[in-house]
Design a protein around this ligand. Structure first.
Ligand code: SF4
Ligand code: SF4
Length: 170
């Protein structure tokens, strides 16, 4: 009898508790800032081109071999508007095969790839989630805007300068 009353009380309390679930897809979940969604390519607004030079480092390190890329000579470099001699021409990620490990982001030396907040890419076709350069840049720029993204190399440099200044004043 006591057990039944306790059970009823638990039910009653749960009925009025604030739900911890969201009504997906009507109300998409707001992800945390550190959330690692699908990888995406970043856009260098100061020059007006992608950061990616298609150097292939991330492609070689990807454990699922789900990325491909080719590079071309950068026309903006010839015009002396960009320091990148080569620039990405074609880039594709098969998001069906991506395991969201973040290795591509870790190994990129050019701030060119991020783990975006994108997580909705389900479809009905096998290999239907192959995303090309335009789509990856769109995902990346959305992420950059949403998070006020600063290139990691700039953050590291600022930190280094701060430490050097602190050392000099100590
Ligand atoms: S994302 Fe980075 S590591 Fe990958 S190809 Fe582009 S520049 Fe190279
Ligand atoms: S997150 Fe991992 S699996 Fe996905 S593209 Fe990057 S390296 Fe490959």
């Amino acid at each position: 009898m006591l057990g039944s009353i306790k059970g009823m009380l638990v039910t009653l309390v749960s009925t009025f508790r604030k739900p911890v679930t969201d009504q997906y897809p009507n109300k998409p979940r707001q992800v945390e800032p550190r959330y690692m969604g699908f990888p995406a390519l970043t856009w260098d607004h100061s020059v007006g081109e992608p950061y990616c030079t298609a150097c292939m480092v991330c492609i070689r390190q990807c454990p699922t071999q789900c990325m491909t890329a080719t590079m071309k000579d950068n026309p903006l470099h010839k015009e002396e508007k960009s320091s990148r001699r080569k620039i990405v021409d074609v880039f594709e990620i098969n998001l069906n095969r991506c395991i969201l490990c973040g290795i591509c982001v870790e190994v990129c030396n050019f701030d060119a790839i991020v783990m975006s907040h994108e997580y909705e890419h389900s479809g009905y076709e096998r290999n239907g989630d192959r995303v090309a350069l335009d789509g990856l840049l769109e995902m990346g720029t959305t992420y950059q805007k949403k998070t006020n993204w600063v290139p990691p190399s700039e953050l590291k440099k600022a930190l280094k300068d701060d430490l050097a200044l602190k050392k000099a004043t100590d």
